[in-house]
Design a protein around this ligand. Structure first.
Ligand code: ARG
Length: 477
């Protein structure tokens, strides 16, 4: 990007007798990051110009010239040949300067009845909409892969944990469906983001403008359901951006928890999951190492999301109406959030797709952790014991089994009788891992028929989500 040096007067420079110092120019410029708004800026300008023509502010030939120039500029942007120059300050002025180079002085008419304040608010709305739509694709793709793996692994029994101690055995599908459920909520939140989206152009700097603009026409062309009702709010509001970062952060937190389970379960101590070599890295010193860096990074990147959310909140807090230059910084948080979430969603989807599970070891882990103890207590309850008493007997049984290095299925009947006369042969069926899992028949539980029900429900809701995403907004073709 061309930088400073030869000072150049600004388009707004009429009342200034000195040019900007290069250092201020550098502080002030958003072009190094907001250049990504260029395609949106041009679409907004096209809609604005068409509308100015329709209400008679621009002549027909001016509209034609400007639209031709904007279309040519859009091609330059798409092919990456725009000569960016830091002295333009921001993407809006860079686009106007280049348009004027292309079409001549009539280019200066594009900004009639518009301020950069409402222009940037519009660009941000267009950008966010595209970002949200992209995340929805990513979330649904991950959800699809999770469901496919869950269907494949519905018969795999793993230890379910609380306090990171083996708690009760569950189907691996049940475990994955928990993440499916989180992602469904993320998709719902992303879809609801569209409800807070509106078309701000026409607000001008803050007071509205001196032209009878047809804001509804611009909103219709750009696919917005509503026009921002108050000009000051339209240029000062950043709650749609904050909401976007909040929704994205929530999703990143879910990915972070899933990533942590990949890290943990692929450790030698757990040894339940394995990632292929292509998704791991080695150590520069320890030849034996195979590290789950990708999962660690997805886990770690959640920190950045939280930081950006907090930063955006801090940026807006206590800011007086209407536009203040502080607001230029919002883009840093929004742009990075989009990139990072897309990256994390794609990486997670790819890793889940190639993850393998050691189902034998998982079963042994579930078996060896006395994870059937709650079921033993329930069995004694069925025989007439109060649950608290049954809990105590089952606890003593675990203590005795630990002492003797027995699994629960290896405890001799005589030992059981010594603990309670209520024990009989039926005990051995109760502590069988498959029956423990099969007994969790409450809705949402891990019994095979309940897991199948969850899978069917999740599949049906995924189809609904696809329909909702297709219906909420159609990206420009
Ligand atoms: N680059 C600016 C931003 O992103 C555009 C708006 C500038 N408005 C102004 N009054 N200086 O916020």
């Amino acid at each position: 990007m061309e930088e400073g040096g030869t000072a150049r007067p600004k388009p707004w420079g009429g009342r200034f007798s000195e040019v900007q110092t290069p250092l201020f120019e550098r502080l002030n410029a958003s072009l190094p990051f907001d250049h990504v708004l260029a395609p949106h800026d041009l679409r907004g300008s096209m809609a604005h110009v068409r509308m100015l023509g329709a209400v008679g502010v621009l002549a027909v030939d001016e509209v034609v010239t400007l639209l031709d120039g904007l279309a040519q500029l859009a091609k330059e942007v798409a092919s990456g040949t725009v000569p960016w120059d830091l002295r333009d300050e921001d993407v809006h002025m860079a686009m106007e300067r280049r348009l004027t180079e292309i079409v001549g002085p009539v280019g200066g008419k594009v900004h009639t009845g518009r301020s950069r304040n409402d222009q940037v608010a519009l660009d941000s709305q267009l950008y966010l909409r595209e970002a949200v739509h992209g995340h929805l694709q990513g979330v649904l793709a991950l959800l699809e892969t999770l469901l496919a793996r869950a269907e494949e692994w519905r018969g795999v029994i793993v230890p379910g944990y609380t306090h990171l101690q083996r708690a009760q055995p569950v189907s691996l599908a049940h475990h994955l469906l928990a993440y499916g459920s989180m992602l469904e909520r993320d998709a719902g939140r992303l879809l609801r983001w569209f409800e807070s989206s509106w078309m701000p152009l026409g607000a001008g700097a803050l007071a509205g403008v001196n032209y009878p603009l047809d804001r509804e026409m611009v909103a219709a062309e750009l696919g917005f359901a509503m026009v921002a009702p108050n000009a000051m709010d339209a240029v000062a509001a950043r709650d749609a951006a904050f909401e976007y970062v909040a929704v994205a952060t929530n999703c990143a937190l879910h990915l972070s928890r899933l990533a942590e389970e990949l890290v943990l379960w692929s450790s030698q101590e757990f040894g339940l999951f394995a990632l292929p070599d292509s998704w791991t890295s080695g150590s520069s010193i320890m030849p034996q190492k195979k590290n789950p860096d990708a999962a660690e990074l997805v886990r770690g990147k959640a920190a950045g999301f939280i930081g950006r959310l907090a930063s955006l909140g801090a940026l807006v807090k206590g800011l007086p109406l209407a536009y203040n230059k502080d607001l230029q910084e919002d883009k840093l948080y929004v742009f990075q959030t989009r990139e990072e979430l897309d990256l994390c969603l794609q990486a997670m989807e790819a890793m889940i797709a190639v993850l393998s599970v050691d189902s034998e070891r998982a079963r042994r882990a579930a078996e060896g952790g006395y994870a059937q103890a709650t079921d033993v207590a329930d069995y004694l309850v069925e025989k007439g014991l109060a649950f608290r008493e049954a809990h105590h007997v089952a606890g003593r049984l675990v203590g005795r089994a630990l002492e003797m290095s027995w699994d629960l299925s290896q405890v001799p009947l005589a030992e059981l009788h010594a603990l309670s006369p209520l024990f009989d042969e039926g005990y051995f069926a109760v502590v069988d891992l498959d029956s423990v899992v099969a007994a969790k028949i409450s809705p949402g539980g891990t019994a095979p028929e309940r897991v199948d029900e969850q899978l069917r429900g999740a599949r049906a809701r995924l189809a609904d989500l696809h329909r909702a995403v297709d219906g909420v907004w159609v990206p420009p073709g």
